[in-house]
Design a protein around this ligand. Structure first.
Ligand code: FES
Ligand SMILES: [Fe+2]
Length: 412
C-alpha cells in the first residue's frame, strides 16, 4: 500500500512532475520504424504527456519535435518532409531534426530571425525496428547495450499495443510471477505451448502444479532480478528468472516497455527475440492480427467486456478471453482503473518484486529532488555491458544452486 503522495510520484510523468523528470533521463521507445516508412508521412504522437511530431527527414533520419510550430502553433505533423527537415504548411518555416529553424521564407532576407527560433527536438536512434528518444536535459546518455537491442532484424519481432491505463500497473504485471498460474492458464494443457528447457512438460503444466512459487529478488545495476521457483516434484525445481529494467521495462524471455502517453494511457512496446536464431514473425503477426487492429488497438475493450466467453472457461482459457497473453494482461491491468489506487491495495508475499521496484522508483525520484543523478544512467562505454541481464526458464535438479544459475548461463 502506498500513500496518495507516493502513488502520485510514481504514476505521474508529465512535464515538470518529479516522475516526469525521472523518466526523461532514460531512453524510451516512442515509435516503430514501420510507422515511419522512408518517404512517408509524419505522425502525431503523445509521449510523457507531450504532443510531438515524429518524422523522417529526406535522408531517412528520424526526428521528434514539438507538435506545434513555434511560429503560430500550426500542427507540424501535417507538414512536408523536404529540403532537410519538416516544413510547416502554414507559412513554410522549415525545421531540421535538431529543431533548428533553417528557413523562414516570409522574413526579409538577412533578418537573422530564424537563428533565434528553435523548436523542442529530441535525439532519436533506431534499433531493431523501434525508434528510441531521449527527452531529457543535457547530453543523452548511452543507449544500454542490451542483447535484445542488438540482434539481427530476422531475430526479432517488434510491435506495440495501445493500453488505457497508467504505465505502472502494466509494468507491475510483468514483475508479478505468480499470475502465470491463473491469468494465463489453460484449463486443458495445450501441447503447442512452449516447453521448458530441461523438460518436456509445458510451462502451463508447471504453473498449475505449483501455484505458490518461492519468490526472491535482488538489486542489480539495471533494476531487479526476480527469481520464481516452483517445485513440481521432490527431485526438480522449475526456475524462472525475470527482470525489472528501471524505470519501465522488463525482460522475461521477451521484453516489454510500458511508455506513458499520458497518465492514463500508455504504449506497450513488445520485443520478442532470439539471440541464436531467426524468430517466426509471420506466426506472431498472425496471432496478433486476430486480436489487434492495424492501429495497434485491441478489439477487446471494456465496452465489449473483453468479449469474455464463459463456455471457453470450461475447457480452454481460464479467463475466457482466448489464448493471446497480451489480451489477458490488458484485461487485468485495465480493470484496475485508469490509475490504480495504491492507497487501497493489500499486498502479499507474491508482490515482493513489485514492492522492490516501487522502492527503487521512489528512491530515485527523491534522490533527483535532492539534486542527485538518477540511477543506472550510462556514460562510460566500458560499463555498457549486460551479459548478466538474462531470462531463465528451466527445470533443474533440486540440488542446483538456483540463485547463482544465471552466472553459469552468461555467454561471455
Ligand atoms: S505557424 Fe508554422 S510557419 Fe507559421
Ligand atoms: Fe501476464
Amino acid at each position: 500500500m502506498l500513500s496518495r503522495e507516493e502513488n502520485d510520484l510514481i504514476t505521474q510523468t508529465g512535464p515538470g512532475t518529479p516522475g516526469g523528470d525521472l523518466f526523461r533521463r532514460y531512453w524510451q521507445p516512442i515509435g516503430l520504424s514501420e510507422e515511419l516508412p522512408e518517404g512517408g508521412e509524419p505522425v502525431s504522437i503523445k509521449i510523457l504527456s507531450e504532443e510531438l511530431a515524429l518524422f523522417r527527414d529526406d535522408t531517412g533520419k528520424p526526428g521528434l519535435m514539438g507538435l506545434h510550430c513555434p511560429h503560430r502553433a500550426a500542427d507540424l505533423s501535417y507538414g512536408r518532409c523536404e529540403d532537410g527537415g519538416l516544413r510547416c504548411l502554414y507559412h513554410g518555416w522549415l525545421f531540421d531534426t535538431a529543431g533548428n529553424c533553417i528557413e523562414q521564407p516570409g522574413e526579409p532576407e538577412g533578418s537573422g530571425f530564424k537563428d533565434k527560433v528553435k523548436n523542442t527536438a529530441y535525439h532519436c536512434v533506431e534499433k531493431v525496428g523501434i525508434i528510441f528518444a531521449y527527452m531529457g536535459p543535457g547530453e543523452a546518455p548511452l543507449l544500454p547495450a542490451f542483447d535484445f537491442l542488438n540482434v539481427p532484424e530476422s531475430h526479432v519481432y517488434v510491435t506495440k499495443y495501445f493500453n488505457e491505463s497508467n504505465y505502472l500497473q502494466a509494468n507491475e504485471g510483468n514483475i508479478d510471477p505468480q499470475h502465470l498460474s491463473y491469468l494465463h492458464k489453460f484449463v486443458k494443457d495445450d501441447p503447442n505451448r512452449p516447453s521448458v528447457a530441461g523438460s518436456s512438460t509445458s510451462s502451463n503444466a508447471f504453473f498449475g502444479q505449483d501455484v505458490a512459487p518461492q519468490i526472491e529478488v535482488e538489486e542489480t545495476n539495471y533494476g531487479i532480478r526476480i527469481f520464481s521457483v516452483r517445485t513440481p516434484s521432490e527431485e526438480e525445481k522449475y526456475v524462472r528468472i525475470t527482470n525489472f529494467i528501471f524505470p519501465n521495462a522488463s525482460l522475461f524471455g521477451g521484453v516489454h516497455y510500458h511508455v506513458p502517453i499520458d497518465d492514463t494511457h500508455h504504449w506497450k512496446f513488445r520485443i520478442t527475440f532470439d539471440v541464436a536464431e531467426p524468430v517466426d514473425k509471420e506466426r506472431m503477426q498472425a496471432e496478433d492480427a486476430k486480436e489487434i487492429g492495424p492501429d495497434y488497438r485491441h478489439r477487446r475493450t471494456e465496452e465489449n467486456r473483453f468479449m469474455q466467453d464463459r463456455s471457453e472457461m470450461k475447457n480452454k482459457s481460464f479467463i475466457g478471453m482466448g489464448p493471446n497473453f497480451q489480451v489477458h494482461d490488458l484485461w487485468a491491468t485495465n480493470s484496475e482503473g485508469p490509475i490504480q489506487d495504491r492507497t487501497k491495495e493489500q499486498l502479499g508475499y507474491t508482490d515482493k518484486a513489485i514492492t522492490a521496484a516501487r522502492r527503487q522508483l521512489l528512491a530515485a525520484i527523491r534522490d533527483m529532488q535532492e539534486g542527485n543523478e538518477p540511477p543506472y544512467i550510462l556514460r562510460d562505454p566500458d560499463e555498457n555491458h549486460f551479459q548478466h541481464l538474462l531470462a531463465i526458464n528451466e527445470v533443474v535438479p533440486s540440488s542446483v544452486d538456483w540463485m547463482n544459475l544465471w552466472k553459469e548461463r552468461m555467454t561471455s
